[in-house]
Design a protein around this ligand. Structure first.
Ligand code: FAD
Ligand code: NA7
Length: 584
């Protein structure tokens, strides 16, 4: 039996075109015994404005444009499809018939942000978070990837490596010490894990304060609006909700070769590894691989990176090569154009000894190497294939497992939304997941319209020499705008701190890419140098405000800093002039 809903809005008439279609939808609702609020756009004074706003918030200009219980249903076809599948009837039920207004699956960056914001807006919210242990048996607490096995531990390990560099610089600044300096992996890891433990606890407290129900169970859809939660002991409980947000993130991928799951570790295991990994092979060449290789080498380990094709796919390749060559000059070995085909255990232990056989991607050559640890960083798979999405008809990209959404993070099933790393075609970064989660909750429950802006998102690769960027890579800029429409300004620079320390004077590099036909607007910002993340953050705000080359020239620098280099960029790449630094 369908309950009558006061909350059904039918926006009709596209200023001239109420078709038969719309009338049929009206008939459908009347046959279901549902009263709807109908706004005939061509019969109200501000119909055109309403249509503008509607197209802004729903991405749909056509009519009818239907909302059921504040959920955007879509047009005629989607409404009839939903009716056929029974979903429409479900949506027409009052929200109060469900246990929760919102259930969020996944308590990571995006899920927690969304759940807490919805609770602040007065909604009854539940978060399910469950960590399936890695093949090596590692698991962790509430907070998701970033806090437990991502940004937080990796930045702290990067800091451990930077301190080692600072120690050696310090002798040049007059510090005298006689003890032999060595690094203790166990002390570092314990301190980092203690910090993470305090973060796990603070997340739990924060959920409790906001009266979000937290359930440490694995969530899986069983039917429309209903989820099964299975805890660590295998006990099952079902919950219902009016709306759902999928924020289940990703987990590291394995190679699918002999010995990989038995003997290799991933970033999920590295940050809590109870013993020093020793001589390490890192497989993969994207930012997770290079960051891990960088800090492992920085704390004194023998590190080799096995690269299948290029470094830092998706990033500016000139910058990527500079990141790699700095690492190479500072002790990291690179095996280019090889992929592992077998991992074999030679000795057990902590760490043990592993033999890796690899083959060339360009010919029949094979090589072997002996390592204590093999770290796989070859990408991450979305956690979307075992959460019952097929039971409720949520579409995923079958190849990647990613979830396609519209620009309001809504899936093809109108009451199911998704945020964070599971999204197709979006950036996989913590602040992006948080922003999307928060804005989604505000749109769903707070009457707000702001959408997450995925353009000009800054990021930093925390390799030994940090690489910060915002906007387009040079390759992408050329692809989008054509080379002749661009001007690239660049320079090498020598941070003052590096001069006395006797460090390389032609390594740090700054580059901006400007669109000549849009007032020399900065469309790509790139810096390779110390504190690149801190520098990039401020310029990213400026890019949001439409930063141009002239505005950079008009800005007075802060001396002596690395960031000031962007206020004095003069040499264009096209001029071919020498950018090397002769002195300070
Ligand atoms: P996650 O944070 O991954 O959270 C998903 C949660 O859902 C997890 O706790 C998972 O166990 C849980 N879950 C999964 N399935 C279920 C289920 N069925 N039921 C219940 N719970 C479930 N980003 C940055 O911005 N800066 C960085 O420096 C950075 N460094 C990184 C370093 C590494 C090594 C890695 C791996 C990632 C890094 N990232 C970084 C990326 C960042 O961690 C992610 O973008 C972010 O965590 C995504 O958030 P999310 O909410 O989508 O998913
Ligand atoms: P990415 O960005 O997906 O990169 C994967 C890297 O691993 C990349 O260098 C790949 O080389 C390489 N790769 C992939 N498969 C293989 C195999 N089979 N053998 C050897 N090398 C391989 O993954 P990340 O782990 O760095 O980051 C994923 C997300 O995690 C990131 O967006 C953050 O949100 C956190 P390729 O260039 O394809 O030749």
């Amino acid at each position: 039996m369908v309950t009558q809903s006061q909350d059904l809005d039918l926006l009709l008439g596209s200023l001239g075109s109420i078709g038969e279609v719309a009338i049929t939808v009206k008939e459908l609702f009347s046959s279901l015994g549902v009263e709807c609020n109908i706004l005939e756009l061509d019969q109200v004074d501000d119909g055109a404005n309403v249509q503008e706003v509607l197209s802004e918030i729903t991405n749909q200009r056509t009519v009818p444009n239907i909302f059921v219980n504040k959920i955007h249903m879509g047009g005629c076809d989607r409404t009839f499809q939903a009716h056929q599948s029974g979903l429409l009837q479900k949506l027409l039920q009052e929200d109060s018939t469900y246990d929760y207004d919102l259930i969020v699956i996944g308590g990571g960056s995006g899920g927690l942000a969304c759940a807490q914001e919805a609770a602040i807006l007065g909604k009854k919210v539940m978060v399910l978070d469950f960590v399936v242990p890695s093949p090596q048996g590692t698991s962790w607490g509430l907070g998701g990837t970033c806090v437990n096995v991502g940004c937080v531990p990796k930045k702290l390990m990067h800091q451990a490596a930077l301190l080692g560099q600072a120690l050696s610089d310090s002798r040049k600044f007059g510090w005298e010490y006689n003890q032999q300096v060595k690094h203790n992996w166990e002390i570092m890891t314990e301190a980092i894990q203690n910090h993470i433990g305090s973060l796990n606890w603070s997340y739990r407290l924060s959920l409790r304060e906001k009266t979000v129900a937290y359930v440490n169970s694995y969530g899986e859809f069983v039917k429309h609006h209903k989820i099964k939660a299975t805890n660590g002991k295998g006990q099952e409980t079902c919950y219902t909700a009016a709306k759902f947000v999928i924020a289940t993130g990703e987990r590291p991928r394995y190679l699918g070769i002999q010995g990989d799951k038995e003997y290799c570790i991933t970033s999920d295991d590295l940050f809590s590894l109870p013993y020093c990994p020793g001589k390490t092979l890192v497989v993969g060449a994207s930012y997770v691989a290079l960051e891990c290789a960088g800090f492992l080498a920085g704390v004194g380990l023998d590190v080799t990176v096995m690269v299948r094709s290029i470094l830092l796919r998706g990033f500016d390749q000139e910058m990527a090569e500079k990141v790699g060559s700095y690492m190479e000059q500072h002790g990291v070995k690179f095996l280019r154009k090889f992929i592992p085909v077998m991992v074999q255990q030679l000795e057990k232990g902590s760490p043990g000894k592993l033999k890796v056989v690899a083959k060339s991607t360009e010919g029949p050559e094979t090589i072997e190497g002996i390592y204590n640890t093999v770290l796989l960083a070859i990408g991450r798979d979305s956690s979307t294939r075992k959460i019952g999405l097929e039971k409720i008809g949520v579409k995923i990209n079958e190849k990647s497992g990613k979830i396609p959404v519209n620009d309001m993070e809504q899936t093809n099933v109108p009451y199911v939304y998704a945020v964070g790393d599971v999204l197709e075609g979006k950036l996989e970064l913590t602040p992006v997941a948080i922003q999307a989660g928060k804005l989604l909750a505000r749109r769903l429950f707070g009457g707000r319209l702001e959408k997450c802006d995925y353009i000009n998102v800054p990021t930093t690769v925390f390799t030994p020499l940090e690489y910060g960027c915002c906007g387009l890579s040079e390759e992408k800029a050329i692809e989008v705008h054509k080379k002749e429409n661009l001007e690239v300004y660049h320079t090498l620079f020598w941070p003052l701190e590096w001069t006395v320390a006797g460090r390389d004077n032609n390594t740090c590099y700054a580059k901006i890419i400007c669109n000549k036909f849009d007032n020399n607007r900065v469309i790509g910002f790139h810096i390779l140098g110390p504190n690149a993340g801190e520098v990039t953050q401020g310029f990213a705000a400026a890019m949001k405000c439409g930063l141009t080359k002239q505005l950079l020239d008009d800005t007075i620098g802060i001396h002596p800093t690395c960031g000031e280099v962007f206020t004095t960029l003069e040499i264009t790449k096209s001029s071919g002039l020498d950018i090397s630094q002769k002195g300070c």
